[in-house]
Structures are given as structure tokens and as C-alpha cells.
Design a protein around this ligand. Structure first.
Ligand SMILES: [Fe+2]
Length: 339
């Protein structure tokens, strides 16, 4: 499953690459900076390992090109320390003949690669580009893994919130399935489908602030209890707004109880002013709720639920999204009957 690209710095972003050169040798410095200037890297230079580690703590560096022979801390130690502190950093050592064995043995345990001095510009650029490419691939893998872990954690949180109530134990996962079916009929892009999946999974995350006895109450809710219920889109979007990269998901969650005619909550948006994916969640949410048992009423049949949805087209629901949803859910029903 794809996940929204929201959880980490995108490794495919086109920002200029930062190269940190660590050397106290003026001729090495001159050759390396001239070579890198040709490729529009941002070059930072320091004369020793201690200064290099300070720079790494203060700013993002994509690759460190370090002399093996440095005043103070040896280049191999700098490479090992830097890679331990910043596992995503590529470190290329520069060595003369006497340090080649040390550089070779440092590769894999701190350094990513090494080049021989005197520096040969085409070879240096080739090595740097090879290592940057490798770093990009590794970063992409890490990015996907982190995204997947975070998505799983969010799903687990949504399931925990649904589990607050016996009656909503599988609500979010069913709404998600229905949303994705509708999204596919609507022809949403894969990015929108991924966002929709996440938003549907956590659309009721704001119920974390709703007392269990209100969620499971069999009778009519009091005014105070209604206030608790009506707050959940606002509470949910506020929680998510603190997560960098979840702005769109937060907005979808906020508006999943808006009505097409403007009579919904929390902001009374109408028509196309309601985020499209919120309009999808709204229909799926209503259908799932209608076809599920609740403490205060029995589940409706598929046919009766569709009838009720259509009765609310243009008032509660976006009519186009509603028809796409019905086409999708009719397919699911037909598949269930055939099974
Ligand atoms: Fe809701």
C-alpha cells in the first residue's frame, strides 16, 4: 500500500546538495572546491574534524569529503564519529598512498568510499555522484519504511479509538474500505487515494475526547452530550494539525460532517467549498453507520440505506460523489451476494 509522502524530508526534493570538505591542505582544498563548483554544489569547508562535527550538528550536509590526514582528530575517526551521529551522511575519505589501507578498511565502518590524492577531478566527481545516488536510494528506502511505520501507528491509534465503543469497533476500517471503493470509481489519483485512506482511517480520531458512555448511550443524548459529539471533527483536526505534513488530512477530518447545503459542522461549508475527500468520507461514514447496529436502533439493509442516502442528495451529500459511491457499494454488495 502506498502512503502519503508526509512523514519525512522527501529524498527526491530538488534542493541544492551540501558538501562539506574537511582538509587543512590548501592544494587539496583548491582542487576539490573547483571541481565541486562545476556541479553547483553548496560547498562548506573546514580545516579539521572537530570543526566538521560542529558544522554537521548545525546544518544539513549530504556528503562529507574528508582528508584522512587531519590535524587533531584523524580522518578515519571523524568519519566513524560523523556516520554514527548522522547515519544518512555519506563520507568520502581523501588519502595518499600511505593512508590507502586505512581508508579501505574504514569503508563500511564509517566511510562510504575513498579517493586517492592527488585528486583527479573527473574521478572525484564520479565517486561523489555515486555516493550521493546510493544515499538517495537508501534515503528513499528509509523514507518509505518510516512512512509505513507511522501509518501503521496511526491505524493502530484509530483502532484503539474505535474500540472505545463496542458499536464502532470496526467503523473506521469499514469506512476506509468504502471510501477507497468510491475513490476508485471517482478516478482519484494514487496520491489522493493514499490521503483518502489515511483520512478515512482516522476521521473520528476526535472521539478520543468523547466519553465512552456518550458513544454507547442507547437513549436520546442530552444537549451537553451533543456538544461532546459535535466537537469531534474540531478536536480531531486540532490533534492532526500538530503533525507536520498532515495538513490536508487534518482538513479532511475537520470537514467530514459538513453538509452539501451548508447546514453541517463545524464550519458550515457548502458545495465545492467542502474538501472533495471530506465529501467522500461523509457519504461512506453515513452508509457505514446506517448499515451497522447501534445501541439506539437496528442496522438498515443496503437497499434502505441507499434509499436514504439518495433522499439526502444535494442537501447532505454531493450528488455526483453519492452516485459514484452507490456504484461502488452496489458492486461490493453484488460480490458479497455472489460469494
Ligand atoms: Fe465523525
Amino acid at each position: 500500500m502506498s502512503v502519503p509522502e508526509v512523514y519525512a524530508v522527501d529524498p527526491n526534493s530538488q534542493s541544492k546538495l551540501n558538501v562539506l570538505i574537511v582538509t587543512s591542505d590548501p592544494s587539496v582544498l583548491k582542487t576539490a572546491t573547483q571541481a565541486l563548483a562545476e556541479r553547483e554544489y553548496t560547498v562548506i569547508t573546514v580545516p579539521n574534524g572537530s570543526d566538521a562535527l560542529d558544522v554537521l550538528k548545525q546544518r544539513a550536509v549530504d556528503i562529507m569529503l574528508s582528508d584522512i590526514d587531519l590535524p587533531g582528530m584523524p580522518g578515519v575517526t571523524v568519519a566513524k564519529t560523523a556516520s554514527r551521529m548522522f547515519p544518512d551522511l555519506s563520507v568520502v575519505l581523501m588519502t595518499d598512498g600511505s593512508g590507502t589501507e586505512a581508508a579501505r578498511s574504514a569503508v563500511g565502518c564509517g566511510a562510504s568510499d575513498y579517493v586517492s590524492k592527488p585528486l583527479d577531478t573527473p574521478h572525484l566527481l564520479l565517486v561523489l555522484e555515486r555516493n550521493l545516488e546510493r544515499r538517495k536510494v537508501d534515503a528513499g528506502q528509509l523514507y518509505r519504511e518510516r512512512s509505513q511505520v507511522l501509518f501503521s501507528a496511526i491505524k493502530a491509534l484509530a483502532a484503539a479509538i474505535d474500540a472505545k465503543s463496542f458499536y464502532t469497533a470496526t467503523h473506521s476500517s469499514r469506512v476506509t474500505t468504502l471510501c477507497l471503493a468510491a475513490g476508485s470509481v471517482l478516478g482519484l489519483s494514487s496520491a489522493d487515494m493514499a490521503t483518502l485512506e489515511l483520512a478515512a482511517q482516522i476521521h473520528d480520531i476526535g472521539n478520543i475526547g468523547t466519553p465512552d458512555e456518550v458513544l454507547d448511550k442507547p437513549g436520546t443524548l442530552t444537549d451537553v452530550e451533543w456538544v461532546d459529539i459535535l466537537r469531534h471533527p474540531d478536536v480531531g483536526s486540532s490533534i492532526l494539525s500538530h503533525v507536520p505534513g498532515l495538513t490536508q488530512v487534518s482538513s479532511i477530518v475537520r470537514h467530514h460532517h459538513e453538509r452539501y447545503d451548508g447546514g453541517g459542522y463545524p464550519d458550515g461549508l457548502s458545495g465545492d467549498a467542502i474538501p472533495l475527500l471530506s465529501r467522500v468520507v461523509a457519504v461512506a461514514d453515513a452508509y457505514e453507520a446506517m448499515t451497522s447496529e447501534r445501541p439506539y436502533r437496528h442496522a438498515k439493509s443496503h437497499v434502505d440505506a441507499i434509499k436514504e442516502l439518495r433522499a439526502n442528495a444535494r442537501t447532505q451529500f454531493d450528488p455526483i460523489i453519492l452516485e459514484c459511491f452507490i456504484a461502488a457499494v452496489d458492486d461490493i454488495e453484488a460480490g458479497n451476494k455472489a460469494a
